[in-house]
Design a protein. Structure first.
Length: 279
């Protein structure tokens, strides 16, 4: 098997993503032959608490917006990315991003491709983006797009256009919708509840938990049944920390998000959510 050269840039990327030490990142990449995802798992299997990889690190800079239709039945979140914050913080660039968002809502678009074909004042969005790219002198583009359709959709923009959240519910609960969106922005859950966690995420967590247990000297010689119970406990802890309804409510840590929602409206349910963020 060929050996991949581990560069300083690779190590720094892993360090920024996980928060692990430089030497640990080098070791992780070396042990996994440069496989970034596998290196993250390697660090976790060694018992390190690392930043979760949620797939929202693609756009380094840019403007993130989230909005809903007037009837709150549809929500759209998008990121118009740029290479530098000098551009993303420019008022004209923010206004340009807002014009694209307005076009997305007004034309009820369902994808980036569809949005690129929409016209604003007679010009297609794709052409306007290319013109802006030429005038600014750095790469820009619609790098992320998310949409939710539900009986009621709440939207929230966090941190000076650095993150946008959409929450779909089965009925209108405006204040709770905003609270839930703020929760998602702050705590970055992977799913609504344990039953909706993707199977590949569960399998990955199980593998990490079992490796942690087997590598713990205190667990040596323990019965398999006991190890499985410990693994189940750790997995349940993962669900509590990483699924929306089970998380502690940020505005009142004494109750879960699920309990908070029930206190507002016992019949209200979260259908889905989307979180779009800069890296």
């Amino acid at each position: 098997m060929s050996t991949v050269t581990i560069t300083a840039a690779d190590i720094n990327k892993l360090r920024q993503t996980t928060g692990a030490g430089m030497m640990d990142c080098r070791k992780a990449l070396t042990e996994t032959n440069g496989d970034f995802e596998a290196a993250i798992d390697w660090l976790r299997k060694k018992g390190q608490k690392v930043a979760a990889l949620r797939g929202d690190r693609d756009a380094k800079e840019g403007v993130v917006l989230a909005a809903t239709t007037a009837d709150h039945k549809t929500g759209i979140a998008l990121c118009l990315s740029s290479e530098t914050d000098f551009v993303s913080k420019n008022a004209d660039f923010v206004a340009f991003a807002q014009s694209i968002m307005n076009a997305a809502i007004e034309n009820n678009v369902k994808s980036v491709d569809e949005l690129n074909g929409v016209s604003i004042n007679g010009a297609k969005v794709a052409d306007l983006v290319n013109d802006k790219l030429a005038s600014i002198g750095e790469k820009i583009g619609i790098s992320k797009f998310a949409r939710i359709d539900a009986d009621y959709v709440a939207s929230y923009i966090h941190g000076a256009n650095r993150m946008g959240v959409l929450v779909g519910l089965n009925q209108a609960v405006p204040e709770a919708g905003k609270d839930l969106a703020m929760q998602i922005a702050a705590m970055n859950p992977v799913a609504v509840d344990s039953s909706s966690v993707p199977a590949d995420v569960i399998e990955r967590e199980k593998a990490i938990v079992m490796d942690q247990i087997k590598n713990d000297p205190k667990m040596a010689g323990k019965p398999e049944e006991m190890l499985n119970k410990i693994a189940d406990g750790k997995l349940n802890a993962f669900f509590k920390e990483n699924t929306l309804l089970a998380q502690a409510f940020v505005k009142d840590a004494g109750k879960s998000v699920g309990d908070y929602l029930k206190s507002v409206n016992a019949d209200a349910k979260v259908i889905s959510f989307k979180r779009v963020a800069l890296g």
